[in-house]
Design a protein around this ligand. Structure first.
Ligand SMILES: Cc1ncc(COP(=O)(O)O)c(C=O)c1O
Length: 386
């Protein structure tokens, strides 16, 4: 056997022994909440399609019309010939929504974070990152070659200490956090972080992948308190509540101009298919036309946490931490037997010892189904967590 295959097999055996091997399950999504998997129809609480817009008729029609008009692919990176006219429309819409001067669309949220951070931070600079930040923020931090220091989750006192001790020895400093934490569902203390950033001449970046469309009246976690927090770099994705694909950054015009000329993941990657951009624009239209829609996923999550006596949900994401991977897999199977899909989340996606069920509530989940899920979680899953 080739040494490469031997290497792969021994790695897989290690993962198997720890119940950490992942395999892709073929999944047919029906309508935004129902899925078919392994021959079974299940009600999904694992899709990030918070507003169920992946299957919304006007969003689909916009994508189809874009294919007819512009073709299926961008044909090249945005800097070559891939910058079709829908980009300008979407960038303008996002900048207005986020109250920034400009915006830049990337091929995905992951590409955005892997491109933005190294374009702004380099050797001799400081980067402070929440310990529970998403993997792609870590990827951007590592690519940047700045000095990355981790702060305890949502601990602004720790951020202040790290800035006091380290800021002066570095030219620039960037504080990086999820706005809505993807695996826990809690919100970052953006106002406090912004105040610290201002005091220490640091920049603040938040990743609002799970906030756009569902928090702050749909404008994202930067607007969670009703007015805008001072966040210099508002990053997010089109792939969750907007039901499409692609990432974005909203910021001042000079910053966006710099990103457009320096972010390697923008320059050296093909532009998004026109259909993805058109779908995101149509999704923003749907959200703007129905002011109640954006509030529904959070209201559903809160009805679930009330019914289960879990801490009140701050976002549509609710985590039920079970500890080891085997327990999380077992809990997922219990729910699956009852017709619910709640995928087990295991390390390294979450820290060791905190494997969990991560539930994502969406606008179209019915109150009856949520009540049934809550009963099951109360009776069968929470006792496992105790
Ligand atoms: C917090 C966070 N940031 C970024 C991403 C990456 O976004 P995308 O799926 O568009 O690459 C995700 C989702 O996977 C996420 O949860």
């Amino acid at each position: 056997m080739k040494s490469l295959d031997l290497f792969a097999n021994s790695k897989l055996a290690e993962l198997d022994a720890q119940h950490l091997r992942r395999v892709l399950a073929e999944t047919a999504r029906e309508d935004g909440i129902w899925i078919n998997r392994g021959g079974r129809r299940l009600l999904s609480f694992s899709c990030n399609d918070y507003l169920n817009l992946t299957h919304h008729s006007t969003v689909k029609e916009a994508a189809i019309a874009a294919i007819e008009r512009h073709g299926t692919g961008a044909g090249a990176s945005r800097h070559i010939t891939g910058n079709h006219l829908l980009y300008e429309v979407l960038e303008g819409r996002l900048a207005r929504l986020k109250e920034t001067e400009a915006a830049c669309i990337f091929g995905s949220g992951y590409l955005a974070n892997a491109g933005i951070i190294p374009a702004l931070i380099g050797e001799g600079d400081l980067l402070l990152i929440d310990e529970l930040s998403h993997a792609c923020l870590w990827a951007g931090a590592q690519l940047s070659r700045g000095r990355a220091l981790t702060f305890r989750h949502n601990d602004v006192v720790h951020v202040a200490e790290l800035l006091e001790a380290n800021r002066k020895a570095h030219q620039h400093a960037l504080i990086v956090t999820d706005g809505v934490f993807s695996m826990d569902g809690d919100l970052a203390p953006l106002n406090e972080l912004a105040a610290l950033a201002q005091t220490h001449d640091a920049w603040l970046m938040s990743d609002d992948a799970h906030g756009l469309g569902v928090i702050g009246g749909g404008r994202g976690s930067v607007f969670a308190d009703g007015k805008k927090a001072t966040v210099d770099l508002q990053m997010g994705t089109l792939s969750k509540a907007l039901g499409s694909y692609g990432g974005y950054l909203c910021a001042s015009k000079p910053v966006i101009d710099l990103i457009k000329t320096r972010a390697r993941t923008l320059i050296y990657s093909t532009g998004l298919p026109p259909a993805s951009v058109a779908a995101a624009i149509a999704a923003l239209d749907v959200i703007a036309a129905d002011p109640e829609l954006a509030a529904r996923p959070l209201a559903k999550a809160q009805s679930f946490t009330r019914a289960t006596n879990l801490p009140l949900a701050q976002s549509p994401i609710v985590a039920i931490v079970l500890g080891d991977a085997v327990a999380a897999l077992e809990a997922s199977q219990i729910l699956e037997r009852e017709g619910f899909l709640a995928v087990a989340i295991r390390p390294p996606t979450v820290p060791a010892g905190t494997a969990r069920l991560r539930l994502a509530f969406t606008a179209n989940h019915s109150d009856e189904d949520i009540a049934r899920l809550a009963r099951l979680v109360r009776e069968r899953i929470l006792p496992m967590a105790a």
